[in-house]
Design a protein around this ligand. Structure first.
Ligand code: PXP
Length: 246
């Protein structure tokens, strides 16, 4: 099934729970199979340098278990580049990574890190991997993505999600406008805009309504909801909210 606005489900936190006990359960591959069965459009997985959730062998197992495109989130390092080139996921999303952070706390400084990122983008593209850059919705970062020839950018929606949690409607509006304006500018320049981070049932619809966005990547909230409702109903509900917003 293809959707106008694709939903990539980030299954990292199934692996977080698995790793808490060091065994094989719950298996992120089983989550990927459920996402495929209930109409998710892609699987997103972040192989972090400290392997705190997804492990190297999970990538191959996910690729073998489903036909869904795999979006590998990766730091701009030689180690991760080698792993991406070995696995050839459908897409690679370059993210900033700090060991001490709990999650990806801000966008990639694509402008400041041009010289580090450029060869990695080039090698991924040469291998036929669709590159995306996880950036703040700003003209400076979008301009850097253009100079790096990235076909896709993913806008970090963390500030928007925080404003929503704080009940700060002015900040919610200004964050939304920033993302909508940059999505329009990206599309005008031939870059496909995506968005993700901190999206929930409560805050997804205004983001999903931004017409240029082609994909949302959502993880933590969906896996959290799955504890109460099961993963399939959680994905289906998110899918329905996204479709209703269009
Ligand atoms: N997109 C990217 C690039 C991410 O790194 C993450 C995880 O931080 C997400 C989307 C999903 O964010 P969340 O787990 O908050 O839904």
């Amino acid at each position: 099934m293809t959707h106008q606005l694709r939903l990539g489900v980030n299954i990292d936190h199934v692996a977080t729970i698995r790793n808490a006990r060091g065994g094989d359960h719950p298996d992120p591959v089983r989550a990927a199979e459920i996402v495929a069965r209930c109409g998710g459009d892609g699987i997103t997985a972040h192989l972090r340098e400290d392997r705190r959730h997804i492990r190297d062998e999970d990538l191959r197992r996910i690729q073998e278990a489903t036909d869904l495109p795999l979006n590998l989130e990766m730091a701009a390092t030689d180690e991760m580049l080698d792993i991406a080139l070995a696995h050839k996921p459908h897409a690679a999303c370059i993210v900033p990574e700090k060991r001490e952070e709990r999650t990806t706390e801000g966008g990639l400084d694509a402008a400041g890190l041009h010289n580090t990122i450029a060869p990695i983008v080039g090698k991924l593209q040469d291998a036929g991997i669709r590159v995306s850059l996880f950036i703040e919705a700003s003209e400076r970062q979008l301009d850097a993505a253009l100079r790096l020839n990235a076909p896709v950018v993913e806008f970090h929606t963390g500030e928007y999600a925080h404003a929503h949690l704080d009940g700060d409607s002015e900040r919610v509006s200004s964050e939304l406008k920033r993302i909508a304006d940059m999505a329009a500018l990206a599309a005008k320049n031939g870059i496909e805009p995506h968005a993700g981070h901190g999206l929930t049932y409560e805050n997804v619809q205004p983001i999903a309504a931004i017409p240029q966005l082609a994909e949302l990547n959502i993880g933590h909230y969906l896996i959290g909801e799955a504890v109460f409702t099961g993963l399939e109903p959680a994905v289906l509900k998110m899918r329905e909210l996204m479709d209703d917003a269009r």
